[in-house]
Design a protein around this ligand. Structure first.
Ligand code: ADP
Ligand code: G3P
Length: 495
C-alpha cells in the first residue's frame, strides 16, 4: 500500500516549489521552478499569473508522480501582499499580479497619511500606510485597468492574494477564500475583530463584493479539481509564507522568533494571544488562526536580503553562485569600512522610507569584489539587528534564540555574523525549507494526520547552532559604521 503523504506548494517571489512530506513531517521529494520578474516601469514589479499557475501545476504534478505516495491533503503558502484581480467567469486575471515589492502607490500612501488615516489603519490592521501592502495596489488596478471598476461594481471580478488565486484555480473556480494570515496583510482586515473592515474598504474605494471569505489557517478550504491529480484532494492549509515559516519552525510559544532569508527578510516574534502594538516601526500581524483561536506576532520586514546577493550575481556579475559570497566574505579579516545599504526598493521596517536608495560607502582603491560581497551579507545581519532592537524596545524581552531559514540561511559565514550582531544564539534547522513544511503541517492538521500543532514540533531538528563570538566593542564599532551608511541612504536625513 502506498505510504500516506502530504503535499505543499510554496509560491515565492522568485520561484515556485512543491514538496512532499511523510506523516512524521519529514521531507520526501521536491520540484522547483524559477519564473520571470517584470519591471514595466521604475519601481514597479509584476508577475504573469499564468507563469505562476503553469509552475504550480508542473511542480505539483512532478512531486506527486515522483513520490508516488497516497496524498492526504495539500497545503498552500505564498508570497504575501501580491495582488491578483480576476474574472469570476473565465478565471483570467485582468492585469499582471502587482508584487509586494512594487512602489507605484507610494504617492497615494503619502496622501492618505497626510489626510490623517495612519492611526486608524494602524489600530485596526497593525500595518502602516506603505505601498508594500495589498490594498492600495488593488485600488490601482480598479482605477487603471479599463472597465475594471465597473466590472467590480457589478460583482464580476474577484480579488485575492496568491493563496486565494491558487485556491480558485486548484478548485476549478469553485472556492473564493483566503486565510487569516494573508488577510492580515491587505490593509482591509481588522486583525482584532477578525473581519474585513467597511471603513477601510471605503477609504480605498474597494467594493466588498471583491473580497474572499476569510478562514482559519488549518481547515478544509475545498478540493482540487479531479483533472489536476487524477482525483479530488482536500486543500487543508493556507498561510502567508512568513507565517507558514513560524509554523514550520515550531515557534508556537510566546517569545519564539524566526527569521527567514529569501528575497527579503522577515523576522516574526510570537506574542501569543496579544496583538502587541509597536512604537518602533514594526508591524502587528496574525501569526496563525487555528480552531478559532488567533495567535499574533510582531513582524519586522526587510525588503532586500537574498535579493542583494542575487544582484551581485545578475546585476554586477561579481559571483557565479549565491553561495560564492561565503568564501569571498571569509577571505577578509574585516570589512575595512565598506558598507552596503540594500535600499533598492526603499527601506522597510523599522524605517519605512520608500524613497531611500541603495548605497555602498567607504570604498577606497584597495576595495575588491570580496568587500562588496561581504558588505551585502553584513547588511542583512545589521538590518536584522535593527529589527530585533526594535522588538526589544517594544517590550519583547524574550528573544532568547532566533531560528533561521530560507535560501540565504545556508550561508555559514552569514549565520555566524548574524549571531555576532544579534549577540544571540542562531539556530538552523535540518530542514531549511520550513515555509513549505509549515503549509504541509497546517494541511495535515486539518485532515487529522496530527491532532495538534505541538505534535508537529517534535519533527523540528537542529542542524547547526551559531553562538555569538564577537567582543562587544567590535560589535558596537561595526554597528556605528552601519548607522552612518544607513543615514546616507535615507531620502531625508533622519532627525
Ligand atoms: N548560500 C547563499 N548565500 C547567500 N545567499 C543565498 C545563498 N543561497 C541562496 N541565497 C539567496 O537566497 C535567495 C533565495 O532564497 P529563497 O528562500 O529560495 O527565496 P524566495 O522564496 O524569496 O524566492 C536568493 O535571493 C539568493 O540570492
Ligand atoms: O517570497 P519571499 O519568500 O521573499 O516572501 C515574500 C513575503 O511574503 C513578502 O511579504
Amino acid at each position: 500500500m502506498a505510504k500516506k503523504i502530504l503535499l505543499a506548494i510554496d509560491q515565492g517571489t522568485t520561484s515556485t516549489r512543491s514538496m512532499s512530506f511523510d506523516t512524521a513531517g519529514k521531507p520526501r521529494k521536491v520540484s522547483r521552478q524559477e519564473f520571470a520578474q517584470h519591471y514595466p516601469e521604475h519601481g514597479w514589479v509584476e508577475h504573469d499569473v499564468e507563469d505562476i499557475w503553469k509552475d504550480v501545476k508542473k511542480t505539483l504534478g512532478d512531486v506527486a508522480e515522483e513520490d508516488g505516495g497516497d496524498i492526504q491533503a495539500i497545503g498552500i503558502t505564498n508570497q504575501r501582499e501580491t495582488v491578483v484581480v480576476w474574472d469570476r467567469e473565465t478565471g483570467e486575471a485582468v492585469h499582471n499580479a502587482i508584487v509586494w515589492q512594487d512602489r507605484r502607490t507610494a504617492k497615494f500612501c503619502a496622501e492618505l497619511k497626510a489626510q490623517g488615516y495612519e492611526d486608524e489603519v494602524r489600530a485596526k490592521t497593525g500595518l502602516i500606510l506603505d505601498p508594500y501592502f495589498s490594498g492600495t495596489k488593488l485600488k490601482w488596478i480598479l482605477d487603471n485597468v479599463k472597465g475594471a471598476r465597473k466590472r467590480a461594481d457589478k460583482g464580476e471580478l474577484a480579488f485575492g492574494t496568491i493563496d486565494s488565486f491558487l485556491l480558485w484555480r486548484l478548485t476549478g473556480g469553485k472556492v473564493h477564500a483566503t486565510d487569516a494570515s494573508n488577510a492580515s496583510r491587505t490593509l482591509l482586515y481588522d486583525i482584532h475583530k477578525g473581519q474585513w473592515d467597511a471603513d477601510l474598504c471605503k477609504m480605498l474605494d474597494i467594493p466588498e463584493s471583491l473580497l474572499p471569505e476569510v478562514k482559519d489557517n488549518s481547515t478544509i478550504f475545498g478540493e482540487t479539481d479531479k483533472k489536476l491529480l487524477g482525483r479530488a484532494i482536500p486543500i487543508g492549509g493556507m498561510a502567508g509564507d512568513q507565517q507558514a515559516a513560524v509554523v514550520g519552525q515550531a515557534c508556537f510559544k510566546r517569545g519564539d522568533a524566526k527569521s527567514t532569508y529569501g528575497t527579503g527578510c522577515f523576522v516574526l516574534l510570537n506574542t501569543g494571544d496579544k496583538a502587541l502594538k509597536s512604537d518602533n516601526g514594526l508591524l502587528t500581524t496574525i501569526a496563525y488562526s487555528i480552531g478559532g483561536k488567533t495567535t499574533y506576532a510582531l513582524e519586522g520586514s526587510i525588503f532586500v536580503a537574498g535579493a542583494a546577493v542575487k544582484w551581485l550575481r545578475d546585476g554586477l556579475g561579481l559571483i557565479h553562485r549565491a553561495a560564492d559570497t561565503n568564501d569571498l566574505a571569509n577571505k577578509l579579516d574585516d570589512n575595512h569600512g565598506v558598507y552596503m545599504v540594500p535600499g533598492f526598493v526603499g527601506l522597510g521596517a523599522p524605517h519605512w522610507d520608500p524613497d531611500a536608495r541603495a548605497t555602498i560607502t567607504g570604498l577606497t582603491f584597495d576595495a575588491t569584489g570580496a568587500h562588496i560581497a561581504r558588505a551585502a551579507l553584513e547588511s542583512v545581519a545589521y538590518q536584522t539587528a535593527d529589527l530585533v532592537d526594535a522588538m526589544v524596545a517594544d517590550g519583547a524581552k524574550e528573544t532568547r534564540t532566533i531560528r533561521v531559514d530560507g535560501g540565504m540561511a545556508a550561508n555559514d559565514w552569514f549565520c555566524q555574523f548574524l549571531a555576532d550582531m544579534l549577540d544571540t544564539k542562531v539556530e538552523r534547522p535540518a530542514n531549511i525549507e520550513t515555509t513549505v513544511a509549515g503549509a504541509a503541517y497546517l494541511a495535515g492538521l486539518a485532515v487529522g494526520v496530527w491532532d495538534k500543532l505541538e505534535d508537529v514540533a517534535a519533527s523540528w531538528k537542529e542542524e547547526r547552532a551559531f553562538e555569538p563570538q564577537m567582543k562587544k566593542g567590535k560589535r558596537e564599532d561595526l554597528k556605528k559604521g552601519w548607522l552612518d551608511a544607513l543615514a546616507r541612504s535615507r531620502s531625508k536625513i533622519p532627525a
